[in-house]
Design a protein around this ligand. Structure first.
Ligand SMILES: Cc1cc2nc3c(=O)[nH]c(=O)nc-3n(C[C@H](O)[C@H](O)[C@H](O)COP(=O)(O)OP(=O)(O)OC[C@H]3O[C@@H](n4cnc5c(N)ncnc54)[C@H](O)[C@@H]3O)c2cc1C
Length: 357
């Protein structure tokens, strides 16, 4: 972040707003947003405040005690333990007002995405979501955001305050300085009418639990896994077992090509782990992982465009002329993915066995 500090910089107030996890700690996205808020406060020479929302805030506040915040504010209580738009947005508005914030930074999570637009509206501010960069130039905050399915990048600023900015994961390194004891000021919230009572959380039977935004590796399965192989047969069950074993051993995040996830609608034998949520690409998602491995996937442009933020790319494909071979992968293994993944799983299994001894 560049930092020519404007004349009015001393007046600016920044609020980092974060939700406390069930275990009382702050998650990685919140710590990344805190790093962004610290950098922004430094670039502006502005005051940093932290606002926490959750059942209990003290443990989370202690973990970031040395972050340099002027004050740590919190809205806490059992009604703020789980995500619920009504209570979360009321808490966020109370914190924004208590901090008299000009800029509110929060991590882009499903919880914040649901409640922060409403909170920004009630606080008479504006919001920008999915922000991928911050920059200060001549005392003005500029944010970076992608448009039109990640094809165009724009840098923009706003005059309205408070300006709420939801930061994408992976933009900043997670804040990791030491903790200590933090003084927490509890901010009261007027009770809000709620119709939703949270009875518990049940994960979906397929899909979401294999999408792991924090994973170091993205494993992409392409339609080749369900195509006839050299013996003239399809081996969908074997493919599913290989994919499942690899994910269990590596905790990689699972992605897919469009062709493979679309098969469920065509009545074909499908890989049951996959939903449309897994689709990577132009009409799918653009995940962020340090590494990616594509298997049985051709690497066509509408798919590879979703790999924009994957730093190191490898692919396994039988076809030496597949899309990955044309400068889209760092390494292409021209090989049978069934054989390669079988061997990889065997080696990973041995490693895991040795580690357990
Ligand atoms: C407007 C538009 C938007 C689109 N958006 C997306 C999108 O968001 N995401 C997306 O993915 N696609 C998208 N597509 C579709 C995209 O163009 C491709 O059709 C799709 O990605 C192909 O999927 P695939 O590579 O899995 O399948 P295929 O093209 O069928 O490729 C299968 C590959 O598997 C290989 N293979 C087969 N068996 C083996 C084996 N044993 N070992 C190793 N390799 C093997 C084959 O050599 C082949 O290269 C879009 C298309 C359009 C027109």
């Amino acid at each position: 972040m560049t930092e020519p500090v404007g004349n009015d910089s001393a007046m600016k107030k920044i609020l980092l707003l974060a939700f406390v996890e069930e275990n009382g700690a702050l998650g990685k996205p919140a710590l990344e947003a805190l790093s962004g808020a610290c950098e922004l406060a430094q670039a502006f020479g502005a005051a940093l405040n932290v606002g926490l929302i959750g059942e209990f805030a003290q443990k989370a506040a202690d973990s970031i005690a040395s972050c340099g915040a002027n004050q740590i504010l919190a809205v806490q209580g059992p009604e703020f333990a789980s995500a619920r738009c009504a209570t979360d947005s009321a808490a966020a508005v109370a914190l924004i007002r208590a901090a008299e914030a000009d800029f509110v930074l929060a991590p882009q999570t499903t919880r914040s995405a649901r409640c922060m637009p409403g909170a920004a509206f009630r606080a008479k501010g504006r919001i920008d979501t999915r922000v991928t960069g911050l920059r200060v130039a001549e005392g003005t905050l500029l944010i970076q955001r992608w448009y039109y399915r990640q094809r165009m990048v724009a840098e923009l600023t706003r005059s309205q305050r408070p300006w709420v900015v939801l930061l994408e994961a992976g933009v900043f390194n997670p804040w990791s300085e030491g903790g200590g004891h933090a003084e927490v000021s509890i901010v009261p919230v007027e009770p809000v009418e709620t119709r939703t009572r949270i009875a518990g959380i049940e994960p979906a039977s397929a899909g979401t639990q294999t999408i792991r935004p924090d994973a170091d590796l993205l494993f992409v399965a392409g339609a080749g896994w369900t195509k006839k192989q050299t013996d003239g047969e399809v081996h969908v069950e074997e493919a599913e077992n290989l994919i499942r074993s690899f994910l269990d051993l590596t905790h990689a995040s699972l992605g897919s090509s469009k062709s493979l996830v679309d098969q469920s609608g065509e009545g074909q034998k499908v890989i049951s782990l996959l939903t449309h949520m897994h689709q990577v690409g132009q009409t799918g998602s653009t995940p962020r992982h340090p590494k990616g491995l594509a298997t049985c996937c051709h690497g066509e442009e509408p798919h590879v465009v979703g790999w924009r933020f994957i730093n190191e790319r490898r692919a396994v494909n039988l076809d030496p002329n597949c899309g990955w071979a044309r400068g889209k992968a760092d390494v292409l293994y021209v090989a049978d993915a069934f054989a390669v993944m079988g061997k990889v799983i065997e080696l990973l299994g041995k490693d895991a066995g040795q580690a357990a001894v």
